[in-house]
Design a protein around this ligand. Structure first.
Ligand SMILES: O=C(O)CCC(=O)C(=O)O
Length: 272
């Protein structure tokens, strides 16, 4: 069974170009066209479907997030083929090249945005960094289209350059006027990315400090995106609770364990 699965697909990620690295560093996000072949995006979607038993989505957070998306957490833990992709050198080195330093694997998840009339609403403007367990910034997040994702199906929208704007706060949890004003002022200051149409196998990558959102999915098809998150290898644990580290016994102010969070990517010329 295991062998059958491994033989079924092996997802390959291409290397990033210098233009893409420059764009990412300047804007805090980048659109990587054909990061993986379309057939491999389809194979990942089949594997996710197999894990879900082919049924209706049933992985809701059961909290505020379920009005924006439903998730399948860490599918790579149940699939050697997916693990080879998420922990492999190709994707790791692409993340490290964008970041400009070695990176560890953090987690992977599927984000399914249902059509808007079935709770696939807007993802409001936010930064990921305030929700992380790391004591420093540097968190490239790959958001890979497993199907055709035009803007109206909920591709991400970024405020270009906003990764340099400082820490916004926990925008999902702060509905104060001060936060509303702050978001209005960063929106006025940083230009919004153009509407992005992702083909199957395309990805966007954004930094944990980049302010982003997603419109509601106004198509009739669910939106399937596969997220793989990395973070700078030298980060220390800041003590914040996170479902990813529950039960691992991590100590505050200590580095992350190599076993669970291996270093998977090095920048160009840094590999021995
Ligand atoms: O997929 C979405 O709608 C939002 C995803 C997001 O905010 C993220 O990947 O950081």
């Amino acid at each position: 069974m295991l062998q059958e699965l491994q033989a079924e697909f092996r997802a390959h990620a291409r290397a990033v170009t210098q233009d893409e690295i420059d764009f990412y560093r300047k804007n805090g996000w980048v659109h990587l066209k054909a990061l993986i072949p379309e057939a491999e995006a389809a194979a990942i979607l089949r594997e996710i479907d197999r894990q879900r038993g082919g049924g209706r989505p049933g992985f809701a957070h059961g909290d505020m997030f379920s009005a924006m998306w439903e998730n399948v957490p860490d599918p790579s833990r149940q699939s050697p083929a997916l693990r080879a992709f998420t922990h492999g050198r190709e994707l790791g080195d692409a993340a490290a090249a964008l970041q400009g330093g070695a990176v560890r694997y953090w987690r992977d998840e599927v984000l399914l945005k249902m059509p808007a009339d079935r709770r696939g609403g807007e993802t409001p403007w936010h930064q990921d960094h305030p929700y992380t367990a790391f004591d420093r910034s540097g968190r490239p997040q790959f958001w890979i289209a497993l199907m055709d994702i035009p803007p109206e199906r909920g591709s991400l929208v970024f405020l270009s350059g906003s990764h340099k704007s400082g820490v916004l706060g926990r925008a999902f949890h702060d509905d104060s006027d001060a936060m509303k004003n702050r978001i209005a002022s960063v929106r006025a200051e940083y230009p919004q990315s153009p509407p992005l149409h992702l083909r199957p196998g395309d990805a966007t990558v954004h930094d944990g400090m980049t302010i982003h959102s997603a419109p509601p999915n106004v198509t009739s098809d669910p939106r399937w995106a596969y997220v793989v998150q990395f973070f700078v290898a030298d980060a220390l644990y800041n003590g914040a609770p996170s479902p990813v580290i529950e039960g691992l016994g991590l100590e505050v102010n200590m580095p992350f364990s190599d076993e669970r969070f291996p270093i998977v990517g090095w920048p160009p010329n840094a590999r021995a």
